[in-house]
Ligand binder design. Sequence first.
Ligand code: NAP
Length: 244
Amino acid sequence: MRASALVTGASRGIGQAIAAALAREGWPVCVNYLEHREAAEDLAASLRAEGRAALAIQADVADREAVEAMVRDASQALGPVELLVNNAGVSHQGLFQDVDDALWDRLLAVNLTGARNAAQAVLPHMLEEKRGCIVNISSIWGLRGASCEVAYACTKAALVGLTRSLALELAPSGIRVNCVAPGCIETDMVRALGPETRAMLVEETPLGRLGTPEDIAEAVAFLASERASFLTGQVLTADGGFVV
Ligand code: NAP
């Protein structure tokens, strides 16, 4: 059985586009979701209708046991996971002083520990086979400061650190670890900021538009492909020139 790809948080937005792009590149794809079951099932069904292998599986990435069960089920149905895209993420806007324990812990648990949970669940197979690829979705806010998004920015900066250190540790085992840092992308996460902030973000983006989920999916598909076989520990910033 051939290997499969697992995309966390693939029911909507960037993850949905990544799962579709990888499926079209020939990867059997596990579409992970948390709450939007119908959207995830619809995506998997539409990919199957195109003749691709795809399966939607619910799991909270913050829950280690749930992630391990998802990896077991995905591997059994689609083939062992040899490509992991840690995309699931939550954001929060607000003053640092108002970030309470529950909010701080949840952002870390989903954005950072979630990536750790998924990586540790797929690594036994990758280490045994001495091949595999992990792509973490960070953010431009992990590369530069983000007023009123301190907790979110911390988790995204940590993903850059995770990428670099894990890349070094896993390189001798033939496993590549890279990161994509998206700029402002047209998804629910940015739409939630309101039309005025959205317009300001367009204004601040040198290429003069928000990115699309497909822009990020292209970057991930490249890093996951043989075309990037000599790239590891890298941060590919896909942001229309926002952070230059
Ligand atoms: P989005 O539209 O809000 O979608 C978030 C996705 O993550 C959904 O599929 C959601 O699943 C899933 N998710 C959330 N918590 C989860 C959990 N605990 N376990 C499993 N899945 C979970 O976000 P997006 O804009 O596509 O962002 C995707 C990633 O890109 C995030 O890591 C985000 O930080 C990063 N990013 C986004 C932007 C941007 O401008 N949009 C910029 C930089 C980086 P359900 O819908 O099923 O609940």
